[in-house]
Design a protein. Sequence first.
Length: 84
Amino acid sequence: MAKIVLDLHDIFNKGLAIDGELNRVMTEAVQKKIALVEIIPGKGSGQLKKRVLRFLGQPEIKKLYHRVEKDDKNFGRIFVHFRF
C-alpha cells in the first residue's frame, strides 16, 4: 500500500508553511489515489498536533478523506485514511 509521509519537525513554527504543506499533501493523496497519509507533528507540547487536527476538521478538507486515526502507540503521529 502506498503512503505519503509528512514530517512537520522542520517547519513547526512557520504557520503558513504548515498549512501549505498540509494542503499539498492532501491534494497529492487525492490526485494520486494514495490510501494513507502519515503526518508527524512530533510529541512536543501537543500544539502542533492540535493545529493539524483543526486543519483536518475543516469542512472542505474533511470531505477529501475517509477517517483520521491518532496513533495509540506513538503520540506524535496521525494517520489520514482515504477511500477510493
